[in-house]
Design a protein around this ligand. Structure first.
Ligand SMILES: Cc1cc2nc3c(=O)[nH]c(=O)nc-3n(C[C@H](O)[C@H](O)[C@H](O)COP(=O)(O)O)c2cc1C
Length: 403
Protein backbone atom coordinates (compact mmCIF):
# COMPACT_ATOMS: atom_id res chain seq x y z
CA UNK A 1 0.00 0.00 0.00
CA UNK A 2 1.28 3.48 -0.91
CA UNK A 3 1.77 5.70 2.14
CA UNK A 4 -0.02 9.06 1.70
CA UNK A 5 0.34 12.41 3.46
CA UNK A 6 -1.32 15.79 3.35
CA UNK A 7 0.87 18.13 1.24
CA UNK A 8 2.60 20.81 3.31
CA UNK A 9 2.73 24.49 2.26
CA UNK A 10 6.54 24.42 2.51
CA UNK A 11 6.58 21.68 -0.15
CA UNK A 12 3.99 23.33 -2.42
CA UNK A 13 5.48 26.82 -2.36
CA UNK A 14 8.59 26.09 -4.45
CA UNK A 15 6.39 24.41 -7.08
CA UNK A 16 4.30 27.52 -7.58
CA UNK A 17 5.97 29.23 -10.51
CA UNK A 18 3.28 31.11 -12.44
CA UNK A 19 4.07 32.06 -16.06
CA UNK A 20 5.21 35.70 -16.31
CA UNK A 21 2.23 37.94 -17.07
CA UNK A 22 2.38 39.39 -20.56
CA UNK A 23 -0.07 42.24 -21.02
CA UNK A 24 0.76 42.75 -24.68
CA UNK A 25 -1.40 40.27 -26.62
CA UNK A 26 1.01 40.10 -29.56
CA UNK A 27 3.93 39.35 -27.26
CA UNK A 28 1.89 36.61 -25.64
CA UNK A 29 0.85 35.03 -28.91
CA UNK A 30 4.39 35.09 -30.26
CA UNK A 31 5.89 33.67 -27.08
CA UNK A 32 3.36 30.82 -27.15
CA UNK A 33 4.23 29.98 -30.77
CA UNK A 34 6.97 27.35 -30.61
CA UNK A 35 7.10 26.40 -34.28
CA UNK A 36 6.51 27.94 -37.70
CA UNK A 37 3.30 25.88 -37.84
CA UNK A 38 2.18 27.63 -34.62
CA UNK A 39 2.91 31.03 -36.19
CA UNK A 40 0.83 29.95 -39.19
CA UNK A 41 -2.12 29.26 -36.87
CA UNK A 42 -1.80 32.71 -35.28
CA UNK A 43 -1.46 34.28 -38.75
CA UNK A 44 -4.67 32.60 -39.90
CA UNK A 45 -6.61 34.23 -37.07
CA UNK A 46 -4.99 37.64 -37.42
CA UNK A 47 -5.54 38.28 -41.14
CA UNK A 48 -8.54 38.32 -43.46
CA UNK A 49 -9.13 35.04 -45.20
CA UNK A 50 -8.18 36.30 -48.68
CA UNK A 51 -4.84 37.67 -47.44
CA UNK A 52 -3.98 34.50 -45.54
CA UNK A 53 -4.96 32.38 -48.54
CA UNK A 54 -2.89 34.50 -50.93
CA UNK A 55 0.15 33.79 -48.75
CA UNK A 56 -0.55 30.23 -47.70
CA UNK A 57 -1.93 29.04 -51.03
CA UNK A 58 -0.24 27.63 -54.10
CA UNK A 59 -1.20 26.93 -57.72
CA UNK A 60 -4.03 24.73 -59.01
CA UNK A 61 -4.52 21.63 -56.79
CA UNK A 62 -1.47 22.64 -54.65
CA UNK A 63 0.16 19.26 -55.32
CA UNK A 64 3.60 20.78 -55.79
CA UNK A 65 3.66 22.44 -52.39
CA UNK A 66 2.19 19.37 -50.66
CA UNK A 67 4.88 17.12 -52.17
CA UNK A 68 7.69 19.49 -51.25
CA UNK A 69 6.56 19.67 -47.64
CA UNK A 70 5.98 15.95 -47.35
CA UNK A 71 9.45 15.12 -48.69
CA UNK A 72 10.92 17.22 -45.88
CA UNK A 73 8.64 15.53 -43.34
CA UNK A 74 9.33 12.01 -44.55
CA UNK A 75 13.10 12.10 -44.91
CA UNK A 76 15.22 10.55 -42.19
CA UNK A 77 17.99 12.36 -40.30
CA UNK A 78 20.86 10.15 -39.20
CA UNK A 79 22.87 11.25 -36.17
CA UNK A 80 26.44 10.46 -35.30
CA UNK A 81 27.05 10.16 -31.57
CA UNK A 82 29.77 11.14 -29.10
CA UNK A 83 31.10 14.35 -30.63
CA UNK A 84 31.81 17.56 -28.74
CA UNK A 85 28.87 19.75 -29.83
CA UNK A 86 29.11 22.30 -27.03
CA UNK A 87 29.69 25.12 -29.56
CA UNK A 88 27.69 25.03 -32.82
CA UNK A 89 28.50 27.55 -35.56
CA UNK A 90 25.66 28.15 -38.05
CA UNK A 91 27.62 30.54 -40.31
CA UNK A 92 27.46 29.82 -44.06
CA UNK A 93 28.89 31.55 -47.10
CA UNK A 94 26.44 33.07 -49.55
CA UNK A 95 27.88 34.72 -52.65
CA UNK A 96 31.30 34.18 -51.10
CA UNK A 97 30.52 36.18 -47.94
CA UNK A 98 29.55 34.85 -44.51
CA UNK A 99 25.89 34.88 -43.44
CA UNK A 100 24.89 34.22 -39.82
CA UNK A 101 22.53 31.36 -40.63
CA UNK A 102 22.13 29.09 -43.65
CA UNK A 103 18.94 30.74 -44.92
CA UNK A 104 17.88 34.01 -46.48
CA UNK A 105 14.49 35.69 -46.70
CA UNK A 106 13.01 34.94 -50.14
CA UNK A 107 11.42 37.71 -52.20
CA UNK A 108 7.67 37.98 -51.69
CA UNK A 109 5.20 40.34 -53.29
CA UNK A 110 2.53 42.46 -51.55
CA UNK A 111 4.19 42.09 -48.16
CA UNK A 112 2.57 45.25 -46.75
CA UNK A 113 -0.81 43.68 -47.34
CA UNK A 114 0.05 40.85 -44.93
CA UNK A 115 0.96 43.34 -42.20
CA UNK A 116 1.26 47.09 -42.47
CA UNK A 117 4.89 47.00 -41.28
CA UNK A 118 5.67 45.02 -44.46
CA UNK A 119 9.09 44.93 -46.12
CA UNK A 120 10.66 47.38 -43.67
CA UNK A 121 9.96 44.93 -40.85
CA UNK A 122 11.56 42.05 -42.75
CA UNK A 123 14.58 44.19 -43.68
CA UNK A 124 15.13 45.29 -40.07
CA UNK A 125 15.09 41.72 -38.79
CA UNK A 126 17.44 40.79 -41.62
CA UNK A 127 19.80 43.55 -40.54
CA UNK A 128 19.74 42.64 -36.84
CA UNK A 129 20.22 38.93 -37.41
CA UNK A 130 22.63 38.98 -40.37
CA UNK A 131 20.18 37.31 -42.75
CA UNK A 132 20.20 38.42 -46.41
CA UNK A 133 16.85 39.67 -47.74
CA UNK A 134 15.68 39.84 -51.35
CA UNK A 135 13.19 42.62 -52.05
CA UNK A 136 10.66 41.60 -54.70
CA UNK A 137 9.83 43.54 -57.85
CA UNK A 138 6.28 43.15 -56.55
CA UNK A 139 7.19 44.44 -53.09
CA UNK A 140 5.04 47.16 -51.61
CA UNK A 141 7.85 49.37 -50.30
CA UNK A 142 10.27 51.17 -52.61
CA UNK A 143 13.85 50.06 -53.20
CA UNK A 144 15.07 53.24 -51.53
CA UNK A 145 12.75 53.06 -48.51
CA UNK A 146 13.84 49.49 -47.73
CA UNK A 147 17.48 50.57 -47.99
CA UNK A 148 16.82 53.45 -45.64
CA UNK A 149 15.01 51.22 -43.11
CA UNK A 150 17.91 48.76 -42.94
CA UNK A 151 21.08 50.37 -44.27
CA UNK A 152 23.38 47.64 -42.94
CA UNK A 153 21.33 44.63 -44.09
CA UNK A 154 22.57 42.47 -46.96
CA UNK A 155 19.97 43.35 -49.57
CA UNK A 156 19.32 41.72 -52.91
CA UNK A 157 16.84 42.87 -55.53
CA UNK A 158 14.60 40.30 -57.21
CA UNK A 159 13.85 41.18 -60.80
CA UNK A 160 11.14 39.96 -63.09
CA UNK A 161 11.92 40.80 -66.70
CA UNK A 162 9.25 43.11 -68.00
CA UNK A 163 8.01 43.68 -71.49
CA UNK A 164 9.43 47.17 -71.15
CA UNK A 165 13.17 46.42 -70.89
CA UNK A 166 14.09 49.98 -70.04
CA UNK A 167 11.89 49.72 -66.90
CA UNK A 168 14.03 46.74 -65.82
CA UNK A 169 17.23 48.69 -66.48
CA UNK A 170 15.89 51.56 -64.43
CA UNK A 171 15.13 49.23 -61.49
CA UNK A 172 18.60 47.70 -61.62
CA UNK A 173 20.13 51.18 -61.62
CA UNK A 174 18.08 52.17 -58.59
CA UNK A 175 19.00 48.98 -56.72
CA UNK A 176 22.70 49.53 -57.45
CA UNK A 177 22.51 53.16 -56.32
CA UNK A 178 20.74 52.15 -53.09
CA UNK A 179 23.50 49.65 -52.22
CA UNK A 180 21.83 46.35 -53.10
CA UNK A 181 24.48 43.66 -53.28
CA UNK A 182 23.07 41.21 -55.82
CA UNK A 183 20.37 40.75 -58.41
CA UNK A 184 18.05 37.77 -58.19
CA UNK A 185 16.38 36.96 -61.49
CA UNK A 186 13.24 34.85 -61.15
CA UNK A 187 12.72 32.64 -64.19
CA UNK A 188 9.71 30.47 -63.32
CA UNK A 189 7.01 33.04 -64.14
CA UNK A 190 6.75 33.19 -67.96
CA UNK A 191 3.02 33.50 -67.24
CA UNK A 192 1.10 33.65 -63.96
CA UNK A 193 0.29 30.39 -62.16
CA UNK A 194 -3.37 29.66 -61.42
CA UNK A 195 -3.87 30.54 -57.75
CA UNK A 196 -7.35 29.18 -57.34
CA UNK A 197 -7.81 30.31 -53.74
CA UNK A 198 -7.29 33.91 -54.93
CA UNK A 199 -9.80 33.49 -57.73
CA UNK A 200 -12.36 31.96 -55.38
CA UNK A 201 -11.84 34.68 -52.76
CA UNK A 202 -11.97 37.49 -55.34
CA UNK A 203 -8.56 38.61 -54.09
CA UNK A 204 -7.50 41.89 -55.74
CA UNK A 205 -4.98 44.71 -55.21
CA UNK A 206 -5.93 47.00 -53.56
CA UNK A 207 -8.53 44.96 -51.66
CA UNK A 208 -11.97 45.56 -53.12
CA UNK A 209 -14.72 46.69 -50.76
CA UNK A 210 -17.44 44.10 -51.31
CA UNK A 211 -20.10 42.73 -48.98
CA UNK A 212 -17.72 39.87 -48.17
CA UNK A 213 -14.74 42.10 -47.33
CA UNK A 214 -16.84 44.52 -45.30
CA UNK A 215 -18.16 41.61 -43.24
CA UNK A 216 -14.60 40.39 -42.88
CA UNK A 217 -13.57 43.82 -41.59
CA UNK A 218 -15.86 43.25 -38.64
CA UNK A 219 -13.86 40.18 -37.61
CA UNK A 220 -10.39 41.61 -38.38
CA UNK A 221 -10.78 45.26 -37.36
CA UNK A 222 -7.12 45.75 -36.46
CA UNK A 223 -5.91 44.58 -39.87
CA UNK A 224 -8.35 46.83 -41.74
CA UNK A 225 -7.62 49.78 -39.48
CA UNK A 226 -3.90 49.41 -40.13
CA UNK A 227 -4.46 49.09 -43.88
CA UNK A 228 -6.63 52.19 -44.08
CA UNK A 229 -4.59 54.41 -41.76
CA UNK A 230 -1.10 53.76 -43.18
CA UNK A 231 0.34 54.87 -46.52
CA UNK A 232 -1.65 53.48 -49.47
CA UNK A 233 -0.36 50.27 -51.04
CA UNK A 234 2.04 51.11 -53.83
CA UNK A 235 4.76 48.98 -55.31
CA UNK A 236 8.52 48.82 -55.04
CA UNK A 237 8.73 49.32 -58.75
CA UNK A 238 5.50 50.36 -60.40
CA UNK A 239 3.38 53.33 -59.61
CA UNK A 240 -0.03 51.80 -59.23
CA UNK A 241 -2.19 48.84 -60.06
CA UNK A 242 -5.72 47.82 -59.56
CA UNK A 243 -6.85 44.29 -60.41
CA UNK A 244 -5.98 40.68 -59.75
CA UNK A 245 -2.43 39.50 -59.15
CA UNK A 246 -2.55 37.15 -62.15
CA UNK A 247 -3.61 39.98 -64.49
CA UNK A 248 -0.81 42.13 -63.18
CA UNK A 249 1.80 39.43 -63.75
CA UNK A 250 0.57 38.73 -67.27
CA UNK A 251 0.44 42.40 -68.19
CA UNK A 252 3.98 43.15 -67.06
CA UNK A 253 6.05 40.07 -67.63
CA UNK A 254 7.75 39.19 -70.82
CA UNK A 255 6.76 35.71 -71.99
CA UNK A 256 9.27 35.96 -74.88
CA UNK A 257 12.31 35.94 -72.62
CA UNK A 258 14.97 33.29 -73.37
CA UNK A 259 18.40 32.40 -72.09
CA UNK A 260 19.92 34.77 -74.68
CA UNK A 261 18.43 37.65 -72.67
CA UNK A 262 20.81 36.85 -69.82
CA UNK A 263 23.46 38.63 -71.88
CA UNK A 264 21.37 41.81 -71.79
CA UNK A 265 21.05 41.35 -68.06
CA UNK A 266 24.76 40.82 -67.57
CA UNK A 267 25.42 44.04 -69.48
CA UNK A 268 23.02 45.98 -67.24
CA UNK A 269 24.07 44.52 -63.87
CA UNK A 270 27.72 44.13 -62.99
CA UNK A 271 27.26 42.62 -59.49
CA UNK A 272 26.53 39.02 -58.45
CA UNK A 273 23.64 37.33 -60.28
CA UNK A 274 21.36 34.73 -58.67
CA UNK A 275 18.97 32.80 -60.93
CA UNK A 276 15.89 31.58 -59.09
CA UNK A 277 13.43 28.97 -60.28
CA UNK A 278 15.68 26.22 -61.72
CA UNK A 279 13.92 22.85 -61.86
CA UNK A 280 16.06 20.53 -63.99
CA UNK A 281 19.72 19.53 -64.13
CA UNK A 282 19.89 20.66 -67.75
CA UNK A 283 18.66 24.18 -66.90
CA UNK A 284 21.08 24.34 -63.98
CA UNK A 285 23.89 23.71 -66.50
CA UNK A 286 22.56 26.27 -68.99
CA UNK A 287 22.36 29.14 -66.51
CA UNK A 288 25.66 28.21 -64.93
CA UNK A 289 27.27 28.34 -68.38
CA UNK A 290 25.60 31.74 -68.82
CA UNK A 291 27.41 33.00 -65.72
CA UNK A 292 25.08 32.66 -62.70
CA UNK A 293 26.90 33.18 -59.40
CA UNK A 294 24.21 31.20 -57.57
CA UNK A 295 21.16 29.24 -58.65
CA UNK A 296 18.05 28.59 -56.60
CA UNK A 297 16.36 25.23 -57.09
CA UNK A 298 12.80 26.41 -56.60
CA UNK A 299 9.32 26.05 -57.96
CA UNK A 300 8.20 29.33 -56.44
CA UNK A 301 6.76 27.69 -53.35
CA UNK A 302 4.41 25.65 -55.56
CA UNK A 303 2.75 28.81 -56.86
CA UNK A 304 3.45 28.32 -60.57
CA UNK A 305 3.48 24.91 -62.30
CA UNK A 306 1.54 22.29 -60.37
CA UNK A 307 3.16 18.82 -60.18
CA UNK A 308 6.56 20.45 -60.70
CA UNK A 309 9.71 18.64 -59.51
CA UNK A 310 10.38 18.77 -55.76
CA UNK A 311 13.45 21.07 -55.53
CA UNK A 312 15.00 19.17 -52.58
CA UNK A 313 15.13 15.99 -54.64
CA UNK A 314 17.17 17.74 -57.33
CA UNK A 315 19.87 18.92 -54.94
CA UNK A 316 22.39 16.01 -55.09
CA UNK A 317 22.35 15.71 -58.90
CA UNK A 318 22.53 19.45 -59.52
CA UNK A 319 25.38 19.83 -57.04
CA UNK A 320 27.23 17.08 -58.84
CA UNK A 321 26.61 18.72 -62.22
CA UNK A 322 27.45 22.37 -61.41
CA UNK A 323 28.35 22.62 -57.71
CA UNK A 324 32.01 23.39 -58.41
CA UNK A 325 31.09 26.35 -60.65
CA UNK A 326 28.17 28.02 -58.87
CA UNK A 327 26.46 28.08 -55.48
CA UNK A 328 23.41 25.84 -55.31
CA UNK A 329 20.58 27.02 -53.07
CA UNK A 330 17.14 25.52 -52.57
CA UNK A 331 13.70 26.67 -51.42
CA UNK A 332 10.04 25.56 -51.34
CA UNK A 333 8.40 23.82 -48.45
CA UNK A 334 10.82 24.72 -45.65
CA UNK A 335 8.91 24.88 -42.37
CA UNK A 336 11.65 24.15 -39.84
CA UNK A 337 15.34 24.42 -39.09
CA UNK A 338 15.61 20.65 -39.49
CA UNK A 339 14.39 21.06 -43.10
CA UNK A 340 17.21 23.55 -43.68
CA UNK A 341 19.80 21.22 -42.17
CA UNK A 342 18.56 18.34 -44.36
CA UNK A 343 18.94 20.48 -47.50
CA UNK A 344 22.50 21.38 -46.54
CA UNK A 345 23.33 17.76 -45.77
CA UNK A 346 22.19 16.80 -49.26
CA UNK A 347 24.70 19.30 -50.66
CA UNK A 348 22.92 22.67 -50.93
CA UNK A 349 25.10 25.67 -50.08
CA UNK A 350 22.18 27.60 -48.57
CA UNK A 351 18.39 27.83 -48.49
CA UNK A 352 15.69 30.46 -48.78
CA UNK A 353 12.47 30.68 -46.81
CA UNK A 354 9.29 32.43 -47.92
CA UNK A 355 6.10 31.59 -46.05
CA UNK A 356 7.97 30.78 -42.83
CA UNK A 357 8.78 34.47 -42.23
CA UNK A 358 5.49 35.67 -43.74
CA UNK A 359 3.52 33.65 -41.18
CA UNK A 360 5.56 35.47 -38.54
CA UNK A 361 4.86 38.83 -40.19
CA UNK A 362 1.12 38.19 -40.28
CA UNK A 363 1.18 36.94 -36.68
CA UNK A 364 2.92 40.02 -35.27
CA UNK A 365 4.69 42.37 -37.70
CA UNK A 366 8.40 42.88 -37.14
CA UNK A 367 8.31 41.01 -33.83
CA UNK A 368 6.70 38.08 -35.60
CA UNK A 369 9.37 37.97 -38.32
CA UNK A 370 11.95 38.06 -35.55
CA UNK A 371 10.22 35.17 -33.79
CA UNK A 372 10.19 33.15 -37.03
CA UNK A 373 13.92 33.77 -37.52
CA UNK A 374 14.59 32.87 -33.89
CA UNK A 375 12.63 29.61 -34.16
CA UNK A 376 14.41 28.58 -37.38
CA UNK A 377 17.84 29.51 -36.00
CA UNK A 378 17.33 27.55 -32.78
CA UNK A 379 16.09 24.55 -34.73
CA UNK A 380 19.09 24.65 -37.09
CA UNK A 381 21.48 24.82 -34.14
CA UNK A 382 19.74 22.06 -32.18
CA UNK A 383 19.44 19.74 -35.19
CA UNK A 384 23.14 20.17 -35.99
CA UNK A 385 24.08 19.35 -32.39
CA UNK A 386 21.80 16.30 -32.34
CA UNK A 387 23.36 15.11 -35.60
CA UNK A 388 26.80 15.47 -34.02
CA UNK A 389 28.17 18.35 -36.11
CA UNK A 390 29.39 21.80 -35.10
CA UNK A 391 29.89 23.43 -38.50
CA UNK A 392 27.70 23.58 -41.58
CA UNK A 393 30.46 22.18 -43.81
CA UNK A 394 30.56 19.02 -41.66
CA UNK A 395 27.04 18.12 -42.83
CA UNK A 396 27.00 15.48 -45.56
CA UNK A 397 24.87 12.85 -47.29
CA UNK A 398 25.57 10.46 -44.42
CA UNK A 399 23.25 12.60 -42.28
CA UNK A 400 20.10 12.22 -44.35
CA UNK A 401 18.20 9.53 -46.21
CA UNK A 402 15.49 10.45 -48.68
CA UNK A 403 12.47 8.15 -48.94
C1 LIG B 1 3.07 35.27 -50.79
C2 LIG B 1 4.23 34.96 -51.65
C3 LIG B 1 4.66 35.88 -52.60
C4 LIG B 1 5.75 35.59 -53.42
N1 LIG B 1 6.20 36.55 -54.30
C5 LIG B 1 7.33 36.32 -55.02
C6 LIG B 1 7.87 37.33 -55.85
O1 LIG B 1 7.35 38.45 -55.94
N2 LIG B 1 9.00 37.04 -56.53
C7 LIG B 1 9.63 35.82 -56.46
O2 LIG B 1 10.65 35.61 -57.09
N3 LIG B 1 9.13 34.85 -55.66
C8 LIG B 1 8.01 35.07 -54.95
N4 LIG B 1 7.53 34.10 -54.12
C9 LIG B 1 8.25 32.82 -53.99
C10 LIG B 1 9.30 32.89 -52.89
O3 LIG B 1 10.35 33.74 -53.23
C11 LIG B 1 9.89 31.50 -52.57
O4 LIG B 1 10.37 30.92 -53.74
C12 LIG B 1 8.86 30.56 -51.93
O5 LIG B 1 8.06 31.25 -51.00
C13 LIG B 1 9.58 29.40 -51.26
O6 LIG B 1 8.66 28.50 -50.72
P1 LIG B 1 8.18 28.52 -49.19
O7 LIG B 1 7.15 29.60 -49.08
O8 LIG B 1 7.59 27.17 -48.99
O9 LIG B 1 9.37 28.80 -48.32
C14 LIG B 1 6.42 34.36 -53.31
C15 LIG B 1 5.99 33.44 -52.35
C16 LIG B 1 4.91 33.73 -51.53
C17 LIG B 1 4.49 32.71 -50.49
Amino acid sequence: MTQRQIPKWSELKPLMRPKPLRFDATERRLADALTIADLRTVARHRTPRSVFDYTDGAAEAEITLGRARSLFRNLELRPSILHDVSAVDTTTDMLGKPAAVPFSFAPTGFTRLMHHEGERAVARVAERRGIPYALSTMGTTSIEDVAEAAPEARKWFQLYVWKDRSAGEDLMGRAKAAGYEALQLTVDVPVAGARLRDARNGFAIPPALTVKTVLDAATHPAWWMNLLTTEPLTFASLSEWSGTVADLLDKLFDATMTIADLEWLRASWDGPLIIKGIQTIEDARRVTDAGADAIVLSNHGGRQLDRAPVPLRLVPDVVEAVGDRTEVWVDTGIMSGADIVAALALGADATMVGRAYLYGLMAGGERGVDRAAEILTREVRRTMALLGVTRVDELGPQHVRLP
